[in-house]
Ligand binder design. Structure first.
Ligand SMILES: CCCCCCCC/C=C\C/C=C/C(=O)SCCNC(=O)CCNC(=O)[C@H](O)C(C)(C)COP(=O)(O)OP(=O)(O)OC[C@H]1O[C@@H](n2cnc3c(N)ncnc32)[C@H](O)[C@@H]1OP(=O)(O)O
Length: 719
């Protein structure tokens, strides 16, 4: 798994061989140790180059080995042996040097990177820290503030930035291994004293204590309960305040704790889940590996409201030509300006030129005639969308894919208004569409495998994680949101406050509690959906019918706020109050508390004490239960799909792996038992009634999450 070749008579080239990313598996580590022994002991070898096969230096430790019994040579002594050896070693960094891969390079005496290479220490995203000396060598090389930022965020840097920071000695546009061999020849026999990073003193940031206190405060705030970023700060502090050996010892202690933590398991599960969703399948048998996407060079976006603007930017940044259509002249003008601003800011961030030239604007539909794919992004109204689909079917090429950006409308119904229903899919973007990583690709019963494959690939090109989901009200994400919101409303009726509910959810790790989030997205959004579902009954504010719909419990609290014009942040009040319409800082609202008291009195409800545990069980287990129903119905193919949607689209804390993974950490039997308990207390709430799949999994001994897909497939016929 590591190859040795002698080049130019005296340079030993050690090539890591473990496709696709040359991860440092046990076999690769064995290979490096053996080949380095050879290189260091053979007299004709005067210097060494380490590189990776197939243009990729190294993607780091082999994540698949974590959680198993790890065998093979450990990384720390392996890297120490390279650094302390008597012959100069040059790292030839092509493609990637990540995690343990970069730590290996930091143990080398020289580093040359190809201009297209990316470098980083992303261990924090896996619930770990760079424990092969990364937390001790990087600050010695580039200073504490820069190292702290890279290690706590896991950000990848370009070769150019790596050069600026001093992480690499040289950047080349040519053949990196050739350049490394040249350098290795030139430094053979020279002293290595000044090249061993572990010998460097660590530069001290001014006001060390203050610096680390501030860093810790910032990291704790953004980590929302994640342990790894905090441990990274602690390790960096050790680097800055202790000798190298002691710093390494601290790095090891911190890693020991993280390595065995539930958070690391959750984050590593999530890493593979993000990749697993690309291997999509549908109940009708279409699959990622048998469905060929069609190339999309030119796309159109119809409707340039907030979503359409973001989608236009995402498409242009992905390199597509875009026709952006808005029939209202004033809105079109505003959209042009807004899109230009977004492109400019994006380009600045990515260090590229803004893609203005990729977009042409139009106030009518005619220029979409020659595009390969249209994304309709008009207001969420079936009639409006229907009429646009009819027009598009007339204007577009017969094989143009017609996609709709909707958060829950019936894709199949819309497809029935298209000339070719098999070319219709839903593309549910999340706001802001050019920023959010998630895309739900919604297939209807008539969507062709090619249409699904094309939308999935287009999402990927737009730098999104695309998840294929079936067609049902709310698809996956919003469908699961419904019981979650419902429980939150019921808890208010029973005695909780928005503050209490939000605090429980935020302490769990959500970026925002349910009420703060509703205020941000607008209470009128849900109101409109409930109206369309026939749930909003005007004038039914008291009496038994006010809190019941179709025989089940219903809370009209959200409707009542909307009737009073309290739509959330945009109107200056909702579940909280804000300084002004559009204000961002949520403040407790005495009016709302009085309103809740009056509401309970009007409906004969006695307020009781609700604790945080009940909030979590009622809100989260109801949401998880719906997730099981979604799996049972075949709307999502596996738990990974749901978890990716919730983490990337709904602010579920990543270090808890997503709702379905979280259920396994709580224990499926515990989730079942608590749902049964709450359902007994609230028999008129179907969302709390445990679904069959959950019962079946528990009855089968709660198999691990990665085996659910197979389990569901096998048991589908019996469900
Ligand atoms: C008690 C204490 C015990 C301590 C012992 C622990 C020793 C650890 C010591 C030191 C710490 C070092 C830790 C690490 O190095 S952790 C790994 C850090 N590296 C990463 O996080 C890299 C993550 N990978 C990526 O960012 C990307 O995959 C990419 C940029 C490398 C490539 O991207 P792309 O081309 O888009 O391809 P994919 O992402 O789809 O990946 C392709 C394929 O490769 C798999 N893969 C990627 N990286 C790894 C890896 N490091 N290990 C294993 N497998 C990896 C990926 O999963 C894909 O495969 P698929 O899932 O089957 O599709």
């Amino acid at each position: 798994m590591a190859l040795f070749t002698l080049v130019s008579g005296s340079v030993g080239v050690v090539t890591l061989q473990n496709p696709p990313v040359n991860a440092l598996s046990a076999a690769v580590r064995h290979g490096i140790v053996d080949m380095m022994d050879k290189a260091l002991s053979e007299p004709e070898v005067k210097s060494v180059v380490i590189c990776g096969q197939n243009g990729r230096f190294c993607g780091g430790a082999d994540i698949k080995e974590f959680g198993k019994n790890m065998t093979g040579p450990p990384l720390v002594p392996m890297i120490h042996r390279i650094e302390s050896g008597a012959k100069p070693v040059v790292a030839a960094i092509e493609g990637i040097a990540l995690g343990g891969g970069l730590e290996l390079a930091l143990g080398c005496h020289y580093r040359i990177a190809h201009s297209k290479a990316r470098l980083g220490l992303p261990e924090v995203h896996l619930g770990l820290l760079p424990a092969a000396g990364g937390t001790q060598r990087l600050p010695r090389l580039i200073g504490v503030p820069a190292a702290l930022e890279l290690i706590t965020t896991g950000r990848y840097v370009t070769a150019a930035e790596a050069l600026r920071l001093g992480m690499v000695d040289e950047v080349t546009d040519g053949n990196t291994v050739d350049a490394a061999v040249k350098l290795a020849l030139s430094v053979a026999g020279k002293s290595l004293d000044a090249r061993r990073i572990s010998n460097y003193p660590c530069p001290q940031p001014p006001g060390l204590d203050r610096f680390f206190e501030t860093a810790m405060q910032q990291v704790r705030q953004s980590a929302r309960g994640a342990m790894a970023p905090v441990a990274c700060v602690q390790a960096l502090r050790a680097a800055a305040s202790q000798p190298y050996g002691e710093g390494m010892q601290r790095e090891k202690e911190l890693m020991d704790t993280l390595f065995h933590s539930g958070q690391a398991r959750a984050l590593q599960y999530f890493f593979f889940a993000q990749r697993a969703v690309g291997r999509w399948s549908t109940p009708s048998g279409s699959r990622w590996d048998s469905s060929k996407p069609r190339p999309v060079h030119k796309a159109a976006v119809v409707g340039l409201g907030t979503m359409g603007r973001g989608i236009t930017v995402a498409l242009a940044q992905a390199g597509l030509s875009v026709v952006a259509v808005e029939t209202h002249e004033k809105q079109l003008m505003e959209a042009r300006q807004a899109v230009s601003g977004m492109l400019e800011r994006g380009a600045k961030r990515r260090g590229v030129a803004p893609a203005y030239g990729k977009i042409s604007y139009s106030s009518d539909l005619l220029p979409v005639a020659d595009v390969d794919l249209v994304i309709e992004a008009v207001f969420e109204d079936m009639e409006l969308k229907r009429s646009i689909f009819e027009q598009l079917s007339e204007i577009c090429k017969p094989d143009t894919f017609l996609c709709t950006n909707t958060s829950g409308l019936d894709i199949d119904r819309l497809a029935s208004h298209a000339r070719n229903p098999e070319l219709v899919v839903g593309m549910h973007f999340f706001a802001p569409a050019h920023v959010m990583k998630l895309l739900e690709v919604v297939y209807g019963p008539r969507s062709s495998p090619q249409a699904v494959a094309t939308a999935m690939l287009l999402g990927r090109k737009m730098d999104k994680v695309s998840v294929a989901v079936g067609n049902c009200p709310g698809f996956v994400g919003n469908r699961m949101l419904k019981p979650y919101l419902e429980q939150a409303f019921f808890l208010l009726e029973e005695g909780a406050t928005p503050e209490l509910v939000d605090q429980a959810l935020e302490e769990f790790g959500f970026a925002m509690g349910v009420f703060r989030m509703s205020d941000l997205s607008g209470l009128d959004v849900g109101w409109r959906v409930r109206k369309a579902d026939g749930l909003v009954v005007a004038g039914a504010s008291t009496g038994p019918s006010a809190r019941s719909r179709r025989g089940f419990r219903y809370s009209p609290l959200g409707d009542l706020l909307c009737e009073r014009g309290r739509f959330g942040q945009k109107t200056g009040s909702g579940w909280y109050r804000y300084d002004k319409p559009g204000g961002r800082v949520a403040k407790s609202d005495p009016w709302l508390h009085g309103f809740l008291e009056q509401y309970r009195a009007d409906h004969g409800l006695a307020a009781r004490r609700v604790d945080q545990q009940e909030v979590l069980e009622r809100c989260l287990y109801a949401l998880i239960n719906e997730g099981f129903r979604i799996l049972e119905d075949g709307i999502a193919a596996g738990p990974e799909d749901i978890d990716v949607i919730y983490v990337l689209g709904y602010g579920w804390p990543r270090h808890r792996g997503g709702p379905m993974f979280y259920a396994t950490t709580v224990g499926l039997s515990e989730v079942l038992e608590r749902l049964e308990h709450h359902h007994r207390a609230h028999p008129d709430v179907p969302g709390l009634q445990p679904c069959r799949l959950l019962r079946k999994l528990v009855a089968s001994g709660s198999p691990p999450v990665h085996s659910w897909r197979e389990f569901i497939k096998k048991s589908r016929s019996h469900l």
